[in-house]
Design a protein around this ligand. Structure first.
Ligand code: HPA
Length: 273
């Protein structure tokens, strides 16, 4: 079945399951699912019930779409995302982003847990993503371009909407959060990096590194949606003593940042509502 038909079937199904018509979508990454508690939830729809959605296989990434309100603003949130390392294709990973566009979403907000490359970063820090470096081995727009979905050669110079970055930094100042702002390096995983790789990613300009986000952000840009992105630093890559990173450690350290992140996302949703 062609992708346009799949998108419209998913979209029609979601519209039949929820009366909410959100303008803002939020992708909740590893360990950040608790932000869902800030949403006044109207409808929860497991991915397994949505036509053409795939179901995530990773521990700690329960998969459902949530429709509700944050401070009166209608939102949809993806609790759990698909990762390339799980074996899905780039098209499968980014399909929900296509459906968001069809639902009328104008702004996509993404979060991820990431390794810190910048030597000033400590676990629990929140970094506003101002740009990314795509090191995935495949591109989500590879193949014939479907004009209805976007242009052949999308501009990526405002991939992370500059006005939203500026607003987030203002919120950080107002609330005394000490937010960081930097460049996210997206890799395929599932291995964490060798120490030499952490050094290399720092040298090429990265501040954090992770295994998600980049495919979704590319597709959101292709679709003409504004993107706001945040990394939560869950481990610090360049310190040899801390380098035996585990998935459990990543999840625990993201909990440190949860309250700040919830407040920040609430403010950002309000300014996009
Ligand atoms: N590397 C890649 N992905 C990650 C890391 C890391 O150190 N921490 C959390 N996600």
């Amino acid at each position: 079945m062609d992708i346009l038909k799949k998108i419209s079937e998913s979209c029609d199904y979601l519209k039949s399951r929820s009366e909410i018509r959100p303008k803002v979508a939020i992708v909740l990454g590893t360990g950040l699912g608790n932000f869902a508690e800030k949403i006044a939830v109207s409808d929860t729809i497991p991915y397994s019930e949505i036509p053409h959605f795939k179901v995530s296989t990773v521990q700690g990434h329960s998969g459902c779409l949530i429709f509700g309100h944050i401070d009166g603003v209608p939102v949809m949130a993806m609790k759990g995302r698909l990762h390339y390392y799980e074996g899905y294709t780039m098209q499968e990973i980014t399909f929900p982003i296509r459906v968001m566009k069809a639902m009328g979403i104008e702004t996509v907000m993404v979060s991820n847990a990431a390794g810190g490359l910048n030597p000033e970063y400590v676990p629990g820090d929140i970094m506003i993503i101002k740009d990314h470096i795509n090191l995935f081995p495949e591109h989500p727009l590879h193949g014939p371009n479907i004009e209805e979905l976007g242009t052949r050669f999308p501009d990526m110079s405002n991939a992370y909407d500059k006005a939203l970055v500026k607003r987030a930094l203002e919120v950080g100042e107002e609330k005394g959060f000490g937010l960081k702002c930097g460049v996210y390096v997206g890799t395929q995983g599932p291995t964490f990096e060798t120490l030499a790789e952490y050094r290399y990613f720092r040298i090429i300009g990265g501040d954090t590194v992770g295994m998600s986000t980049v495919p979704e952000v590319i597709v959101a840009n292709h679709a003409g949606m504004a993107v706001f992105g945040v990394s939560v630093v869950s481990n610090v890559g360049l310190d040899a003593n801390l380098s035996n990173v585990t998935h459990e450690e990543v999840q625990q350290n993201t909990i440190l940042a949860q309250d700040k992140l919830s407040l920040l996302f609430t403010e950002m949703v309000k300014c996009c509502g």
